[in-house]
Write a protein that binds this ligand. Structure first.
Ligand code: CS2
Length: 471
């Protein structure tokens, strides 16, 4: 059975604009919002793609409808998704919609690099090419901080209340992180705008969780056959989904608590738990998997030695967390291992391996820093970092070429190819202070031990050795 929306999509208004309308938002934000639209059609979601026209071109001929397939080993549940009021492409088009008084919330999944921050400090990277361009031409912003600051300025000047900005990216304190870059950009344009953004705009934090791999050609064929009509861009995800949101929406919000979101006053413990246990494990699996030739997370976690290592990594990381009261650590860890093993999701390690310079600070460096501060070792975390360093050298253990897709790719590649040996590579990457915080220096020897082993014995043997050595 294919679930259908209980409202007429043509009656929706746009109350939310979503920047970065990729598969994740179409499987997560849309799922929490859609069931509420029958009662309140004002919260329809307009999607913005900042660069590519692919999503718009696929969905326009199908009136913005698409299918969501929830999959696991027991089968597949299909639902017709109808929460989108449209998709527009480019910052210029976005600007026109963002000044509309009916828009009360702007949600974002623009990936870590979209925030144009210095990864190690979190401050706006004022040397970033997009930021420099936007500061020179503030009337036509192209960066996310620029676009938000300038649309907030236009709303202020027109006497329209500011929208609430809800980041749904995997950054710690993602609301505060967004506030920091937008406020700084605004202040550079006009100090009074900086004060306005700081004082009047709400940037609640939230933790999002749902595994949504890129849709494959096989997914499209299978879903078309099940639907009996062609869907140019369905989304595929796991059944599990979680959303914990700081409840701070001065212009109102959909009643997301009715569709399963938890509205709380402090999201931080949930964010750290998810970023370090789920995403930290994901990145470790991705780099070890790329080296060993495990193409998907499920392929990797099916290898008992790797599963044991990831379980041990989670135990090491758990000591750095203050868990939310309601969470049982063992249950959470076991559920993650089961989710990773989902045989129906082909979540590619290459996809997760992208943008390591932006992801590792919160996923692996942050928990390692907590361990170091407590005087503890962190061999399991260090092995994930070592696998990233080895990945930067561009070859899997069997010699296959690996693709480095990262905003810092040029620098990282240069450093990796100049390094004569593992020690030199460690020193060079640990010296990139905008990526690796200097306080991580005491972890260098543990990372080097991992890198030496990976270089000599390969990822599979190293994981076995780590399980032996650090039982
Ligand atoms: C993944 C995440 O691609 C990645 O880096 O770790 O997209 C992950 O699947 C989600 O955060 C799960 O909620």
């Amino acid at each position: 059975m294919v679930r259908q929306p209980l409202f007429d999509p043509a009656r929706l208004g746009t109350g939310i604009v979503h920047l970065g309308i990729g598969a994740f938002a179409r499987a997560h934000l849309a799922a929490y919002t859609q069931p509420l639209l029958a009662d309140d059609p004002s919260w329809g979601v307009l999607g913005i793609s900042l660069r590519s026209g692919g999503t718009r071109d696929a969905l326009a001929p199908q009136d913005w409808l698409y299918c969501r397939a929830e999959r696991d080993g027991t089968g597949e549940q299909l639902a017709v998704m109808a929460a989108l009021t449209g998709v527009v492409v480019g910052a210029g088009a976005a600007l026109e919609h963002l000044v509309d008084p009916a828009v009360r919330i702007v949600t974002l999944t623009v990936t870590e690099k979209g925030y144009c921050r210095d990864a190690a400090t979190g401050a706006l990277d004022e040397d970033d090419a997009a930021i420099r361009r936007d500061l020179a031409m503030p009337d036509a912003p192209g960066s996310v901080p620029g676009l938000l600051a300038i649309t907030l300025q236009r709303r202020r000047d027109a006497g329209v209340a500011p929208f609430t900005v809800l980041s749904c990216d995997n950054l710690p304190a993602n609301g505060a992180a967004t506030r920091r870059v937008v406020t700084r950009f605004a202040a550079l344009v006009d100090p009074s705008l900086g004060h306005f953004v700081a004082d009047r705009v709400a940037f609640p934090d939230c933790m999002v969780d749902r595994i949504v791999p890129a849709t494959s050609a096989d997914d499209r064929i299978r879903i078309d056959a099940a639907l009996g009509v062609h869907d140019a861009w369905p989304v595929v995800c796991e059944p599990f989904s979680q959303w914990v949101i700081e409840d701070r929406f001065p212009q109102g919000r959909p009643a997301w608590e009715l569709t399963g979101a938890a509205l709380v006053s402090d999201v931080r413990p949930y964010e750290d738990m998810k970023l370090r246990l789920l995403n930290g494990s994901h990145s470790s699996i991705a780099y070890l998997g790329q080296l060993a030739g495990w193409q998907t997370v499920a392929d990797a976690i099916a290898v008992p030695d790797l599963r044991e290592h990831i379980g041990a990594l989670m135990s090491e990381v758990a000591t750095t967390l203050v868990l939310p009261g309601s969470v049982d650590l063992h249950g959470y860890r076991d559920a993650l291992l089961t989710r990773f093993a989902n045989p129906a999701l082909r979540h590619r390690t290459a996809q997760i391996a992208m943008d390591g310079s932006q992801k590792l600070p919160q996923r692996l460096f942050a928990p390692a820093l907590v361990r170091l501060a407590a005087g503890s070792r962190a061999p399991r975390i260090a092995l994930g970092i070592a696998a990233w360093l080895r990945f930067l050298q561009g070859r899997a253990d069997d010699g296959t070429a690996l693709t480095l897709d990262d905003p810092q790719a040029e620098r990282l590649r240069a450093v990796a190819s100049a390094a004569q040996d593992p020690a030199a590579l460690c020193d060079a990457v640990f010296g990139m202070a905008d990526i690796v915080p200097p306080a991580l220096a005491p972890l260098r020897d543990e990372v080097l031990a991992g890198l030496n082993s990976l270089s000599t014995h390969g990822a599979r043997q190293t994981v076995v050795a780590w399980n032996e050595r650090y039982k």
